[in-house]
Write a protein that binds this ligand. Structure first.
Ligand SMILES: Nc1nc2c(ncn2[C@@H]2O[C@H](COP(=O)(O)OP(=O)(O)OP(=O)(O)O)[C@@H](O)[C@H]2O)c(=O)[nH]1
Ligand SMILES: [Mg+2]
Length: 224
């Protein structure tokens, strides 16, 4: 989980993971936050709840993931924000599906179940626009191009472009989907999921990030 000043949501996010299920199945669980040098109690809370802390002072959502993914050692990686919006209470089911269906990469469609107050009309509109653009430009069938919860085999990262080539900002989210869905021999799937209302302050700057995400799609489409 990338975190930047998420003291309000990080505890709830970590607590929601069904640790019993992991234990019962002998699945080793490592919780990792990649923290952008938060000035609040994010690191303290996460540490108390058993998470490993990686500090990445360089700015950006994508930068945090690039650093985190290059350092974690598990066979399966599950991602999501530290703001209690993504259904970490269901990740054991998603992992089980990845294994049962022998998939390499799962991305989650938040639109399947938007809980009250989880997405403003403005954000929903922006997300739908971005997803439509992604579908048109890359011919892949994804309904939610900006979802930040993915469940995937770490080895899939070896089959796509090098992590360091990924965008450092919010476009990381669409870029990982494009890479996973357009690379041969990677079995990818989008599954229905949920979005809860956010805890704590938003880091996203709607118009600025929306525009950056849109420009990124066109730029990626034309660069070889
Ligand atoms: N390490 C690190 N984490 C970041 C940075 N920017 C954002 N994050 C984290 O990345 C996640 C996504 O950011 P959000 O502000 O939730 O963006 P969003 O999910 O598009 O917006 P909401 O719908 O309002 O939640 C959150 O857990 C943030 O704390 C950063 O520069 N560095
Ligand atoms: Mg968020």
């Amino acid at each position: 989980m990338p975190t930047l000043n998420e003291e309000v949501g990080i505890g709830k996010t970590i607590d929601s993971i069904n640790k019993e299920f992991f234990k019962k199945n002998n699945w080793e669980l490592e919780i990792v936050i990649v923290d952008g040098d938060s000035k609040d109690k994010t690191q303290e809370i996460a540490k108390k709840k058993g998470a490993k802390i990686i500090v990445e002072k360089r700015k950006g959502y994508g930068r945090a993931y690039k650093t985190g993914m290059s350092q974690v050692t598990g066979d399966i990686i599950v991602t999501g924000d530290g703001d209690a919006t993504y259904p970490f209470d269901k990740i054991h089911e998603y992992i089980q599906m990845l294994l049962d269906e022998n998939l390499d990469f799962i991305t989650t469609d938040r639109f399947a179940e938007l809980k009250h107050g989880s997405m403003s009309v403005k954000h929903a509109f922006g997300n739908i626009m971005l997803a439509s653009t992604l579908r048109a430009l890359f011919l892949i069938n994804i309904g939610d191009s900006q979802s930040g919860m993915w469940i995937f085999k770490k080895e899939a990262l070896d089959k796509i472009q090098p992590l360091e080539d990924f965008n450092d900002g919010m476009p990381f989210s669409e870029e990982i989907k494009i890479e996973m869905f357009t690379t041969k021999h990677i079995k990818s799937k989008e599954i229905p999921s949920t979005l809860y209302a956010r805890e704590g302050a938003v880091k996203l700057e709607s118009f600025k990030d929306g525009w950056k995400n849109l420009k990124f799609l066109f730029k990626k489409r034309i660069t070889p």
